[in-house]
Design a binder for this molecule. Structure first.
Ligand code: PGA
Length: 255
């Protein structure tokens, strides 16, 4: 099945509005000759409308890093899916491990956020991954199984056609430690079969599964060569457009 490669940059809590706009403009110009790769950057909420406006009509799409699942109301400090959509974003990251670790995100809130995202017409990127302790205790598959099953509870495959899954082992995020190709291959195959069992082979074959965790120009090609890896979710190495473009043009890299 034809799954278009998807390279997404998570800018986390980096860059002011003007810095984000500069980087986005530079990236958009570097991306003009990229073929057959979908490109997305997720700046902070404050920069999202600015960045979305400045990349409009280019190869670069935008996404938010989080949302709140209520439509509107007295929820100080929160941002709704409709507001994100109105800011010009197409995507939203949901359940990133930093949200789970520092901000109390659970599989239940993830599930509600996914529903809100789809309802607003956003394309969610559901982030999942095991901690180092869970891997050491051989609970990787069990953890991923729960995150997928509970995160997608109550959904039918028709509602999930714009879903992307991102496997990000927590121990590989921002640490410079990339999972080995064997580990990534094993997990991505597992996730592909999990989606097939939970939904259908057709749905599983259509759904993109990204890898995230210390992806850089030096390792992207090897990761992208793994059969069930359809793209990358990149943190640190997405902040510098000159570096990020090398990841986006993974097909030109040496192994
Ligand atoms: P990293 O972050 O590339 O800096 O490891 C990945 C992520 O958090 O999505």
């Amino acid at each position: 099945m034809n799954r278009i490669p998807f390279i997404a940059g998570n800018w986390k809590m980096y860059k002011t509005g003007p810095e984000a706009v500069d980087a986005a403009k530079k990236l958009a110009s570097l991306c003009s000759d990229v073929k057959d790769v979908e490109i997305m950057i997720a700046p902070t909420f404050l920069s999202l409308p600015l960045v979305s406006a400045c990349v409009q009509g280019t190869r670069v799409k935008t996404g938010a890093q989080n949302l709140y699942f209520e439509k509107e109301g007295a929820f100080t400090g929160e941002v709704s899916a409709d507001m994100i959509k109105a800011a010009g974003a197409e995507y939203v990251l949901i359940g990133h491990s930093e949200r789970r670790q520092y901000f109390g995100e659970t599989d239940e809130t993830v599930c509600k956020k996914l529903r809100a995202a789809f309802h607003a017409g956003l394309k969610p990127v559901l982030c999942i991954g095991e901690t180092e302790v869970e891997r050491d205790q051989e609970k990787t598959f069990q953890t991923l199984d729960k995150q997928v099953s509970d995160g997608l509870k109550g959904f039918v495959s028709d509602e999930l056609k714009d879903l992307t899954l991102a496997y990000e082992p927590v121990w590989a995020i921002g640490t410079g430690k990339t999972a080995s190709t064997t580990q990534v291959d094993e997990v991505h195959q597992y996730l592909r079969s999990l989606l097939s069992r939970r939904f259908s082979a057709d749905f599983s074959g259509r759904t993109r599964i990204l890898y995230g965790g210390s992806v850089k120009p030096e390792n992207v090609k090897e990761l992208m060569n793994i059969r069930d890896v359809d793209g990358a979710l990149v943190g640190g190495a997405s902040l510098d457009p000159d570096k990020f473009i090398k990841i986006i043009k993974f097909y030109l890299q040496e192994i």
